[in-house]
Design a protein around this ligand. Structure first.
Ligand SMILES: [Zn+2]
Length: 407
């Protein structure tokens, strides 16, 4: 067993009991940090996990400078649950998202569900604009979730348990059979049954409230703020686009793009992890698209004489180089390289721990990243490096087989 693997197992065990790493457990982790890679795992643990008072200090010297801020959520009490007459605190044991959170709600659901970790909660924080976080909590609670604590957070949503592989198969078979029946005979009753089964499968896969899922009546019936479910077979597992399944070029002259949305075809999901990874991927395109719309509108409203690309460099809040590349790509509408690269990196980051090393889906994602590596921006480089640093064996060996070790 490699040092990094031992550390990850020790971390899991430490969090499993009381949802935090105690001083004794921290000392145990420290003793295992014998390699450079294991120290990188310590940094990741320090940034994301919940610690008993004074316990984090044990690790800080050995870990060195952290790559990101420590999670503002780790250790936070989210609510109370009554079990056998006793009140138990529900606290965040680990943040599963980057500690800065995600711009899009569905990225957080994708990351939470694809992690394979349980139990999970999705949090909308109190920032303006809000950021979305995926967290693991200390105790498993029943279907009703828990009584929420008063916090400064915007929304706290306890996710239901993920379906077992058998449950997933049952839901999947039902969605598949009802859709076939609808395609054979397009009656209203058949459509209703197919829609209901597809929404049920998508909701269970993503761990999301079915009210956030919209069954499309036809290709033009796309709601921008929902997860749209299609009954068409031709669309693959998912896409982000408009009624023609394409993405319109971004105009900087004040012309508004038609509604675009995230469309999924849950019958194409091969597992919970695959479906949730797909959601994390498409939600990344949604984030880039929404940012493009917003920035183009600001540019037009500013009535500046600067070119769009020059103006973007001065925009406040500051856009990263990657974001500017992503938006420029939308204006030219010539390529989707940068947005695809980011989407695949996020998909891999969300799913890799839950996939057995060498899993077909993961290998396909490595390939998709590899073919676009030339477009790698600075933020993507950082994300890929953080992902590599956090990997256990044999996922790390698998990563190195397909992608160069990020420097
Ligand atoms: Zn994509």
């Amino acid at each position: 067993m490699t040092a990094i693997q031992s550390i990850r197992i020790a971390e899991r065990n430490a969090l499993a009991g009381d949802g935090k790493i105690t001083k004794t457990e921290a000392k145990g982790l420290l003793a295992l940090a014998t390699t450079k890679e294991a120290k990188a795992a310590l940094r990741d643990i320090l940034a994301h996990d919940s610690f008993a008072p004074g316990a984090a200090k044990t690790l800080t010297k050995a870990a060195g400078k952290l790559d990101e801020k420590t999670s503002s959520l780790a250790g936070m009490k989210l609510g109370t649950v009554k079990t056998n007459g006793a009140n138990l605190d529900v606290v965040v044991s680990k943040e599963l998202s980057p500690t800065a959170g995600f711009a899009d709600e569905f990225q957080a659901y994708g990351a939470a569900r694809a992690s394979g970790v349980t139990p999970t909660t999705v949090i909308k924080d109190g920032n303006t604009p809000p950021r979305w976080h995926a967290v693991q909590t200390n105790i498993t609670v029943g279907g009703k979730g828990y009584a929420p604590e008063k916090t400064k957070l915007g929304e706290v949503t306890a996710m239901p348990r993920a379906p077992t592989p058998d449950d997933f198969k049952r839901l999947h078979d039902d969605a598949s059979a009802t859709r076939k029946a609808f395609q054979a005979s397009g009656t209203d009753a058949n459509r209703k049954a197919a829609e209901a089964a597809s929404v049920k499968l998508a909701a269970a896969t993503f761990g999301i409230d079915p009210a956030k899922i919209h069954p499309m009546k036809n290709d033009t019936d796309i709601l921008p703020d929902k997860i749209n479910v299609t009954l068409e077979i031709a669309h693959g597992a998912a896409y982000f686009g408009d009624a023609t399944t394409n993405v319109e070029p971004l105009n900087t002259d004040g012309t508004v793009r038609s509604p675009h949305g995230l469309v999924v075809n849950p019958v194409d999901f091969r597992s919970v992890t695959h479906g949730a990874g797909t959601l994390a991927h498409e939600a990344t395109h949604k984030e880039h698209h929404d940012l493009g719309n917003q920035v183009a509108k600001e540019f037009h409203d500013s009535k500046t004489s600067k070119s769009f690309s020059d103006w973007m460099k001065t925009r406040k809040p500051k856009l990263t180089g990657d974001q500017r590349d992503m938006i420029s790509e939308q204006v030219a509408n010539k390529a989707t390289t940068q947005t695809e690269l980011s989407a695949y990196i996020n998909e891999l980051a969300a799913t890799v721990a839950a996939y057995p090393a060498g899993d077909k889906e993961a290998v396909m994602t490595y390939g998709s990243i590899k073919s676009r590596l030339g477009a790698l921006g600075n933020d993507d480089k950082k994300t890929l490096k953080a992902l590599y640093d956090a990997l256990d064996e044999p996922h790390r060996t698998e990563f190195e087989k397909y992608l160069p070790k990020p420097g």
